[in-house]
Every structure is written in C-alpha cells, then in structure tokens.
Design a protein around this ligand. Sequence first.
Ligand code: SF4
Length: 356
Amino acid sequence: MTETERPHLAGLPADRLEALVVAAGQPGYRARQLARWVFKEGCFAPEAMSDLPAGFREWLAAHVDAGRLRLLQRREARDGTRKYLFGHRDGTLESVLMPYGEGLDGPDRVTACISTQVGCAVGCAFCATGLAGFQRNVTAGDMVEQVLRMQAEAGHRITNVVFMGMGEPFLNYDETLAAVHLLNKSVGIGMRHLTLSTSGIVPGIRRLAAERLQLTLAISIHAPDDALRDRLVPINRKYPLADLREAMVDYFEQTGRRLSVEYVLLDDVNDHPDQARALSRWIGDLPVHVNLIPFNATDTVFRTSPPARVRQFREVLEAAGHPATVRRERGAEIDGACGQLRRRYEEGQPVESGKA
Ligand code: SF4
C-alpha cells in the first residue's frame, strides 16, 4: 500500500470509519472510539489512543494516515488572531483562527478560516494567493485536519468555520462538500455556523443550491460593473454579474438562505459613492448582507481605502436599505491577508513564530 492509498482518518465519515475498523478485525463500536479521538480530541497519534487495544493501535499506525499536516509556523497578533502555516508532503497551507469576545470560559465565538486549494487559479488582482497561481486541490481530510489541529493547539472549541482561505472552494467542489458534512456530522459544528465563500463560480452556486443546505454562502463581488470586475476578479469574464445575480436569486429561492456579498474596498478603484450606488442597483431586492472589507495590503499595486470613504460607502448602501457591515481588520501585522504568510515562507523571508 503506497502512502497516497492509505486512508486519512480526518477524511472518513462514520460509515467508512466503521468499515475500516471491521476490516481490521475489530468490533464496530471501536469506530466510535476512534472518531472521538480524531474528531473530538484532535489526536493524530494512534499510540496515544489509550482505550483502543494495543494490537489495533499498531494496525492503525501501519495502515492509515492519522494526520497528514505538520505545523511549520504559527504567529499571533495582538487581537488574538492566530495564523498557521501547515506543511503537507506537496506544499504548504494557510489557516487562521479568530477568537471573538471574551467570556469567563474563553472566547464566545472562535472562527477558523481554512484553505480548500494550495494556491488558486482564479487570479484576483489584489490577492497574494492568486498571484502565486494554482498548485493542487486539498482533500476533505486535509480541510478537516486544519480545523482539528488549530482547535487542539489553541485549546478552544472552534464554533464557526469559513472556507475563505487559499483557493476557490467551487473549483474543488466534491472535497469541499465532503468537508462540510464531516465538520457538521463528525466534528459537531452546526451547518449554520459554516460559510462557503466563492468568487462567483455560477455552476457551483447552482449545484450547492440543489443540496439545500443551511450553511451561509458568501459571494465575492468586489466591483459593481463588469468592466472593473473583469480586471479585479477575472472569472467574471466567464460568469458576468448578470448571470451571477440570477444564480444568487435561484439560490435564495431554493434554500431560503440570505446570501453574503463580500466587497474588498480598494483605494480609488472601487470605493467611490457612485460605485456604492451601482452596487446597490445590482443588488436590487436580493436579500443579502454586504460585508465591506478594508483591503489588507499585499505586494500589489492596491492601497487601503481611507476610513472616511469606507464609512461613506457603507452609508450609501444602508440608506438604500441594504444591511452592510465593515469587517474589523484582523491580524494585519501578521500578514493577515490570504496567501501572504505562505508567500513569505516560500520566498525564504523570515516569518518567526510567536507573538507579533
Ligand atoms: S481572492 Fe480567493 S478566489 Fe481570488 S485569487 Fe485569492 S484565493 Fe483565489
């Protein structure tokens, strides 16, 4: 059995875990014990799974990949945001952990942002990941393992997962959906606490609509007209704004779920009040929430919008009846934007671990 053929425990749903356990000559109930170690404890060392018989632990070590990722870098920002760089046998993956609020028992909400591809083929003009191009798809097991490793390392239960890291989830649809179901059923994160973010792959939106899941779908718009969006989000040439809106209308009709519109504000490019008005006209009566994201400077030609223009953009949308929030910038001083940490690491620039 080669390494690539070995099952990856974090990618196996309950029925396949049970089949694995039975194939190893163990009673079926061992699958529940194994699932607890992997999906609840985040344990990737068979020898540490103390309630499993020694012979079965040895069998696991010889026949499965308990974990496939190794932590290469971890940085923590002053606001508690942690950025992780994981190594895989053919590439590196970025993931981010964001705690919100501080109750007596720790943060009220802990959101993990995970990657669905190594690199990305969409090539958005302002994105460090897009600049580096596409390398490979990430498996469902690797997506789930990102969550489990961050949870174990941080010592906080992850309450929300956003598929907003490196990659376009709908260009890796099957593995992404398998990860959604594993996170929901095996890890125990509510479907409404999962968010898929797409750059606007219309066939993916239509396919997801037919699944009628209660997750949140976020669409990255970033420009209110096709001419500008062709430049910023090149996939627009294939799926222009009119087609995208139609797919969003169908999505809402099939799922009853309000969508999120993501809009990165770039200084003097897409952040003027007339562009806010054009965005409002494009949204029309579609029930969406607009997330305005102040640009987190990458090594591109774009700059961050001044706060007054961000405020004005939001006010135009709200005055037209579209709920809009400005996303608080998280972890900017630790290369918070998607793809930046990985890029620096792979270019051999210093990225030390620990507090920034
Ligand atoms: S913003 Fe998202 S879709 Fe666009 S290039 Fe970056 S990772 Fe890909």
